[in-house]
Design a protein around this ligand. Sequence first.
Ligand SMILES: [Zn+2]
Length: 420
Amino acid sequence: MTSAMRLVGRFLMLVGLLLCSPLAAQEQAGSMVSIQGALTDGNAEKAQFILDVSEPVGFSVFALQDPYRLVIDLPDMDFEMEQGMGLVERAMVQNFRFGRFGHAGSRVVLDLAGPTKVERAYILPAVDGNPVRLVFNLEAVSDREFAEQSLRDVIRIGADGKPQTGPLVKAPAAPVAEKEEGDTRPLIVLDPGHGGIDTGAVSNKVQESKVVLSFAKSLKKALEAEGQFRILLTRDTDLFISLSKRVAFAQEHKANLFLSIHADIVREHYVRGATVYTLSERASDAVAHKLAQQENRSDLIAGLEIDQSDDVVADILIDLTRRETANHSALYSRTLVGALKASIRLSKTPERSAGFRVLKAPDIPSVLLELGYLSNKEDRADLLSKEWREKAIKSIVKSINGFFARRSVQSSALFVPSKG
Ligand SMILES: [Zn+2]
């Protein structure tokens, strides 16, 4: 590493530290190890990726393809740096992101220019005023070489710096739902999009994952105040949950309605307003198609392997349960749009459909609500405004009341419980 490079890195680290208010972080840090900075060096053939940490910590690292990524798993960490800091141009490491992953760990994901092998990974003790460092030496390899290394060629290093076998990070414990015996009220699962390592859209420092989380929490409170529903959130903190786990969560708890909440960005900054999406094999239009693709990237961003066959929402309307569910999703979508129309601004085509993975539960009516576009100045202001949120929440509560009221009026056969 050249000294100039080091200087730039240190400077960027300082900027990162200042931006992240290290004092506040230190005050609440407790026993959590922190990552204080990142450096990349090298060229397209060989590269080094370095994480500065407050004390030695165990980690594991493995590579993925489609697209090429490197995934570093760590225990729960404090991140005291900016996303993507310390990157150099034209290098093998094109970008990286970090954040909480699941309930018991953190993750750093590197986007790589091509097939790459971890030549060596180790812990460098604190020397010469430098902090402890986790060092990853990377080497470009051919596609064949990449394929030959088992994709699970995981390198595991303990906090003592020695290679380990077995998992370093304990399997995350999922939150347990509290259901009181005999509580037959309908269960609504609210799903704040993104979280943790997947920040979702970011516009003018406003982060989708945070906006939708706080909105979902307020909506939960408002719905609970109605007294007629049980409400669960797929996540109630800033952590990553895969799309399939969100669906599985709703299914395990036998939800009666699944509402995923988002606030994305589009290239056309003038586009604004709320939109409700349902699942369909073929997208209703190009915008819906693009948005579903963007949303379905969540797992990829977080360094998960994607089951490509899962991309196609094939034969979705074939079996009866699915058709039944699709009808109810459509009914709720219409009800929601009708209620929102009275209080907030809607997009030009407020009812759309596409192949969203998160809406794939075959037995639970599911919709995805885009509250507005973070890319639009007015929408962004709305999303942060208490008054606007209250109006939107009131309408959503109304739509859910309306939806379940229709259910009780219509025949009980309408809501076929999932079999098995
Ligand atoms: Zn989103």
